[in-house]
Design a protein. Sequence first.
Lengths: 498, 118
Amino acid sequence: MTDLISLNAAGLADELASGGTSSAELTRAYLDRIEAYDTTLHAFLHVDAEGALAAAHEVDRKRAGGEELSPLAGVPIAVKDLFCTVGQPTTCGSRILEGWVPPYDATVVSRLRRAGLPILGKTNLDEFAMGSSTEHSAYGPSRNPWDTERTPGGSGGGSAAAVAGRLAPLAIGTDTGGSIRQPGALTATVGVKPTYGGVSRYGIVALASSLDQAGPVTRTVLDAALLHEVIGGHDPMDSTSIDAPVPPVVEAARRGDVSGLRIGVVKELGGEGFQSGVQARFEEAVELLVGAGAKVVEVSCPSFVKALATYYLVLPSEVSSNLARFDAMRYGLRVAPEDVDDPSAEQVMAASRDAGFGDEVKRRIILGTYALSSGYYDAYYGSAQKVRALVARDFEAAFEQADVLVSPTAPTTAFKMGEKLDDPLQMYLQDVATIPGNLAGVPGISVPAGLAEDGLPVGFQLLAPLQADDRLYNAGAALERLLLEKWGGPLTPPEVMA
Amino acid sequence: MPDSPHDDPRSAAVAAGTPQAITRDDVAHLAGLARIALSDAELDRLGPELSKIVEAVATVSQALEGREDVEPMSHPTPLRNVFRDDDVRPTLTPEDALAMAPAAEDQRFLVPKILGEE
């Protein structure tokens, strides 16, 4: 059984194809892991053992019948609790959706089902994906398998902790400002934010619609590419979905050749404010790529300095609008105000939203309402939209000099529970290097780059031009291979590992 | 809506990097617009918290010095209207649509009164 757990998804797919194991056996092995370790990690908000096993048996039956199956058929997966799932609750980490079971599946979920990946359950997140530590989950934080006194990052800390802690071979996340990549960095997992529009947003509870993007959370670059291929591609149900084939990500991940590749080190995404061990692992990784034939150029993207400020105007503005749908009328929590006889719909709405939303969500809704209010709109939202255009221009200019851009994924390693909880601005800084990619819509990946001086994982970020996601997989796979040769094997967390 | 940021004194203060602090009354007004019945403790806390955040984000305009002509960007990809095919497709049944309703009656959502009584 230990063998099954130590294999990555591509290895598991081979085992399944060759008859070395069955999906039912594999799914049961992971359900056992969840039972043994999730009381510690709290990666899951809901586990669907029955549904996962039923899906596994179905795949096994099809395989026995000689049916042609998707490459990842039978490999179990965990899904962030922001995706609508028929038959499983979808809470978004919020009290306002406690117990809510959606009437339809997100496109990503229906594609996973169609490809035969048993869904183990729904993973924890900061409420409505607002946060960088999962501490803003209404159901309690997830813990980092590398040190359970520390956070696994966020908002997708549950998915990252599940994959890092070997509670799932694969997971799905969403990345609005870094919610896939930063947890990837903090837990030594691979996390990909595809090009905006590359993966359907249909059925994902919206945070900021112009920034949200779903993507893979995995142990290896190839696993991420295989999963990207399952979930990516045009969806008529999402009007912003790109009507073009998925870039050749799997082929790129298998190639992993950086000879002649121009790697742009972004001056503004590193140095001051970045932990010394993080910076050191980053620079060593760049050297490794150079040793494999890549060329390094330094690029400057001056507007990135204001990307974080831009994001914290654009995002709350969209949040204040998107979260208006939680009105206590058709679904979700309904609370009657105290001391009011026969309350109006509006009073019920306001009382329900106060009771159902947590502090960070309220903070961002109020901030967004402020940024969009008459008299301030031009100075805040209007200016932010202009700086957003400058960020996109900086990317365009940088990609004329380099094929991919690189930086540390997050400025620090995993931080202690509670350390940044009372200082929103410190928490927001976790995403300083990932946010520019969301503003411009370009794809990004975080690849484990080793351990810092504190013994905790560091992530290496690669960014590519719009719809050139395959470049991330090519360069990411090359770096991964070079690092594995150096380490003699993958990084595995010391905690909760049998 | 003022024509330029500087036409409104509040926006001008933001552009100059000196946004006004958000007061308790401001928070109460915004919470009303956002339909959140904040408690007294929340109203007390949010003013100073938001003022700090606003002070940080108000610096965006610094990146625009000399570049006011740039076109605002709302979205990473060009948006265009998308029509679906005009096919008859299955929709939710009333039972499915109402299954998660806080209250329902006669195949309809039951909601509190929406008009004043006086």
